[in-house]
Ligand binder design. Structure first.
Ligand code: LRH
Ligand code: MN
Ligand code: MN
Length: 385
């Protein structure tokens, strides 16, 4: 087990550019005051989250939502603000041509267009210095017989192979799965097993991304995490929490105990060690709550779950397990979960020269009032029309 302080020092949460823009459901996007007007302002907001938590040093981009003429300039801007650009998220789900799929579309011209976008994303990674290309495909079918399930897997494999071949030595492909939506009968990458099979076929630079909102109700996500870590294929998390489906709410809000169980598997499986290469990203939208504060709160929730996981008495747990002491073993875990780690985390922040209460410090900083005064006509995150 990693020790408490080292573990917290190692936990770096990547925030998503799209969390800072206006977002909503397909019913309504509520515009908020002070939201960024361009990717540069999104990066500036992300830098605030890092400034107050000390734990969010990178920001993920989504292309084309964050298309800029000069990516190197955006990367420099990030560094000037004390953060770096992180994963590049491809987007092959918002174009009319993709109605029947992107890389699995029956039409080779559409597949070409989709793969070209993915290759363009690797070009962007070269400019931003990003390690990870995150791929999520909305591809699937709505009706039995609509398309050939196996042929779609062949087309997916062909596309992934071409993109994988384009990756540099230090770059990775993260293949994200999602059970359903927008496709309702079959999804081409619906679960970790499908993602894992493709990653293994591609090679060591292909790893699985677990979005915590993308499973059927009741799925034991920590079991998936344990298996993927054991197989060396846990590449990343898209953290968020869900009450129903892909809610994209703040991680740790719906089920902090689940987040603790996940982080316990991460900690005990060595996943906090930067050498293991697990990226911890938020994939959230703040539709009704203030966005920067929502991101700060999410980082704090992830830290709290991790701190509790780090407090598990590994030796006592092992002993209880070896003795077959079912309740004793469970009690070791619950003792850690039931510890109030907030004072410990405040101490960790203060030892880094930060305020122990990031939300209060952010509110007192005047940043929100400043962006409200400066920014008029903020952009939409990309979601909801
Ligand atoms: C799909 C998803 C995927 C997208 C993001 C905006 O539901 O989780 O990661 O890139 O949402
Ligand atoms: Mn996601
Ligand atoms: Mn999602």
């Amino acid at each position: 087990m990693t020790d408490f302080t080292t573990g917290l020092d190692d936990l770096a949460i990547e925030t998503p550019s799209w969390a800072y823009g206006n977002s909503g459901t397909r019913f309504k996007v509520f515009a908020q005051r002070g939201v960024p007007r361009d990717p540069f302002e999104k990066v500036a907001d992300a830098a605030q989250v890092h400034a107050f938590t000390g734990a969010a040093p990178t920001v993920a981009l989504h292309i084309p939502w964050d298309r800029v003429p000069d990516y190197a300039a955006l990367a420099d801007h990030a560094v000037d603000h004390g953060v770096r650009l992180g994963a590049i998220n491809a987007n092959v789900f918002q174009d009319d041509d993709y109605m029947l799929g992107s890389v699995t579309n029956p039409d080779p011209k559409v597949r070409r267009k989709a793969v070209d976008h993915l290759l363009e994303c690797v070009d962007i990674m070269d400019l931003t210095g990003s390690r990870d290309l995150k791929l999520w495909f909305s591809d699937g079918t709505n009706y039995p017989g609509q398309d050939d399930i196996r042929a779609r897997q062949d087309r997916l494999s062909e596309a992934l192979t071409e993109v994988y071949a384009r990756l540099g030595d230090d770059q990775r492909l993260l293949l994200e799965y999602k059970l359903f939506e927008p496709a309702f009968y079959t999804t081409d990458v619906p679960d970790w097993g499908t993602s894992f099979l493709h990653c293994v076929a591609l090679g060591p630079k292909a790893v699985v991304c677990v979005d915590t909102g993308h499973h059927a109700p009741g799925t034991n996500i920590e079991f998936i995490v344990a298996l993927l870590l054991r197989a060396g294929r846990l590449g990343a998390f898209d953290f968020n929490s869900r009450f129903y489906a892909d809610d994209d709410l703040m991680v740790g809000a719906a089920d902090p105990f689940q987040l603790f169980r996940i982080m316990f598997e991460v900690v005990s499986g060595g996943g906090l060690d930067p050498a293991t290469g697990v990226a911890f990203m938020l994939d959230q939208c703040h539709n009704i709550e203030p966005k920067i504060q929502g991101q700060i709160r999410s980082v704090m929730n992830a830290q709290e779950a991790t701190a509790k996981a780090l407090l598990v008495d590994a030796a006592a747990l092992k002993a209880a397990q070896a003795e077959g002491d079912v309740l004793g073993a469970n009690a070791v875990l619950m003792d850690a979960y039931n510890t109030d780690v907030r004072p410990l985390l405040a101490g960790w922040r203060e030892s880094r020269g930060l305020d122990g209460d990031p939300i209060a410090a952010y509110k007192a900083s005047g940043y929100f009032e400043k962006i409200v005064a400066e920014r008029v006509g903020g952009t939409q995150a990309g979601w909801g029309a």
